[in-house]
Design a protein around this ligand. Structure first.
Ligand SMILES: [Mg+2]
Length: 408
């Protein structure tokens, strides 16, 4: 069996999805997602200029050897651009393997450990009142777990993942359009004073059963993160996400020594070498890597297996920039993983997205049910894809009130 061709498509209804399609001499195609949010053209160029010319003629069944060939062969290892490109190839090769076996991918991993996989949605509001409305809306949709963010009184511009104006509470998604980033202003003191009280009110309003998550988005120092974690302990969070900048694997030691709040980190990690110490030293409770830019199914499964040895559960990244292909790859891992925790879920469900990526995967009452179709269980409509083209976007940058650049 040989790979005969591979194509890259960039574009989508809301995001610049980077979709890889690998074709074989046996008529079976594989699909993979290389979307690196707001840097989409880079993994696409890596695929087109370097990886696809080497893929032609390879046996697609040798997904492990192909992964090693590209990872070790590059000499300059890791990094989100390369790992997103490798990830798309790996996903597509697993898709081919599943179609060859006529089995859904979870069967190739070891079968199902559960039926529905718990997901969480994003509730937000310009203020606490709007946040409460947003949470109520998601609870009515059947979600059992919700990430909550809200505006901070006195903060000059909207904080992380918060709308600037009141009333925008249903399915709010941060606007990243334009190549020049928007500027958000951050004030740690106001956040530290206000947010524990706000989270307490959310818990009082919605009772003990709702799983409440909160994302600090790397904004605190290790000492501040420890203080914040202690302050929110009575809220009984499902997790506290990214309390410190993710590039320092030692930063969570201080928090861990002072609080029992469950910690989740890792959506920006792109290899096992970004999180091995966090996992082995049991400094985290949930690992947030993504199949897309952490090297695909082959590499992420390795991280999941290491995590399982150390009581760390999965909580894969699922921002709107993940195409239904990477969400499907994660859904198959979620169905199998003995140490599954939760899945962030925002992307599927719009008619435009469903037309571009038809599938039988479904969300019901806050649980994700994986399709039994062979492979990833997602198709790709190239006629639909032709409707879309690349639109530049950029994440915001964050500054303190005096102008100092801070962590987005
Ligand atoms: Mg996050």
């Amino acid at each position: 069996m040989k790979i005969t061709d591979a194509k890259v498509f960039v574009g989508g209804p809301a995001k610049n999805y980077v979709t890889l399609k690998i074709e074989t001499d046996q008529g079976i195609c594989g699909l993979g997602d290389a979307t690196l949010n707001n840097r989409e053209t880079l993994p696409a160029a890596y695929l087109k200029d370097y990886l696809i010319p080497n893929l032609i003629g390879m046996d697609p069944r040798n997904s492990e050897d192909i992964w090693q060939f590209f990872y070790r062969g590059a000499y300059f290892r890791r990094g989100p651009i390369a790992m997103a490109a490798f990830g798309a190839i790996d996903m597509a090769l697993w898709d081919i393997k599943g179609k060859l076996a006529n089995m859904p991918l979870y069967q190739l991993f070891g079968g199902k450990s559960r039926e529905g996989a718990l997901v969480y949605a994003h509730a937000t509001g310009a203020d606490l009142e709007d946040l409460m409305d947003s949470i109520s809306w998601y609870v009515e949709q059947g979600y059992k777990a919700i990430r909550v963010q809200c505006g901070i009184p006195g903060m000059p511009k909207a904080g992380y993942a918060v709308p600037e104006k009141k009333g925008d509470v249903k399915n709010y998604i941060t606007d990243y359009t334009g190549i020049r980033p928007k500027v958000e202003i951050w004030d740690t003191s106001r956040y530290m004073r206000y947010m524990p009280k706000a989270l307490t009110q959310v818990r009082e309003r919605f009772g003990p059963e709702l799983k409440i998550l909160h994302d600090v988005h790397h904004r605190l120092t290790p000492r501040e993160a420890a203080e914040f974690a202690k302050a929110v302990e009575p809220v009984d969070l499902f997790w506290l996400e990214d309390p410190t900048p993710a590039d320092d694997q030692d930063a969570l030691k201080f928090l861990r020594h002072h609080s029992t709040v469950p910690v989740a980190i890792g959506e920006v990690f792109n290899s096992i070498w970004d999180c091995n110490k966090l996992i082995e030293n049991e400094l985290i409770d949930f690992i947030r890597v993504a199949v897309t830019y952490a090297g695909g199914i082959t590499h992420v499964k390795r991280i999941v297996d290491l995590a399982a040895l150390h009581h760390v559960r999965t909580g894969f990244h699922g921002a709107p920039s993940h195409s239904p292909l990477s969400m499907a790859a994660q859904a198959h891992l979620n169905a199998w993983a003995p140490n599954f925790g939760i899945q962030e879920y925002l992307v599927l469900g719009t008619p435009e997205c469903d037309a571009l990526f038809p599938s039988e995967h479904r969300l019901e009452n806050g649980l994700f049910y994986v399709s039994d179709a062979p492979g990833l269980g997602v198709a790709f409509d190239e006629n639909e894809a032709a409707r879309y083209s690349y639109k530049p976007g950029s994440h915001p940058v964050v500054r303190l009130e005096d102008g100092t650049l801070w962590n987005y």
